[in-house]
Design a protein around this ligand. Structure first.
Ligand code: HQG
Length: 175
């Protein structure tokens, strides 16, 4: 069996950041044509379905007839995922690392290269996100208060919470 982790990482790159890597474009809603993905990644449909179905974070979705595929979140290129605002739980969580804290204290969470700030529904998931970069630090986000004060929250098809920005007054930082 081929190394699916590597292929999945490349699929993320293509569907979130650089479709031009395989000479394709995404439509305005982030969809790529499945035949173009199969050709560009040298995969069979069966292999692509396996990657999508076994992905630990459900990073990808097919459309109904499996003619198109897109990433559920994480884009740096502007795409309209057509997500409706939803009421968040009172608390959400963000996993980061210590080196970013001075800047986060000053300006809050900002989306950096991506389209949204990514938040997790529970602290364990947030710690995993932070641990990609080092010793994880989990920040608590007062999402309920934000929503009541007019900020919008979205939930991607894989459950990841998205918002435009989290001002510092809604964050509880450790220490
Ligand atoms: C930090 C992965 C300085 C932020 C994950 C993070 C997630 C600031 C980094 C998804 C800052 C951005 C997203 C500020 C935020 N000053 N640093 N004001 N505001 N940061 O990768 O949330 O595996 O764009 O704390 O699991 O780490 O790829 O965002 O450390 O779901 O599917 O700037 O990506 O999913 O990093 O991760 P990212 P993220 P996948």
């Amino acid at each position: 069996m081929r190394n699916h982790t590597r292929t999945s990482k490349f699929l993320s790159l293509v569907l979130r950041h650089k479709p031009e890597k395989i000479g394709i474009t995404l439509d305005g809603h982030g969809w790529a044509k499945v035949p173009e993905i199969l050709e560009g990644l040298n995969l069979t449909l069966e292999e692509l379905v396996h990657i999508v179905e076994t992905d630990g974070k459900q990073r990808y979705s097919f459309n109904e007839d499996r003619s198109k595929i897109r990433a559920n979140q994480g884009h740096s290129i502007p795409v309209d995922l057509e997500l409706d605002p939803v009421e968040p739980p009172e608390r959400l969580y963000h996993g980061t690392v210590g080196q970013f804290l001075p800047s986060i204290r000053r300006e809050g969470l900002t989306k950096q290269s991506r389209q949204y700030v990514h938040l997790s529904g529970d602290p364990v998931t947030a710690a995993k996100v932070g641990s990609r970069r080092g010793k994880p630090i989990v920040l608590q986000v007062n999402a309920g208060a934000m929503q009541r004060e007019g900020f919008r929250f979205y939930q991607a098809a894989n459950g990841v919470w998205l918002t435009e920005t989290v001002p510092p007054e809604y964050l509880t930082l450790p220490g």
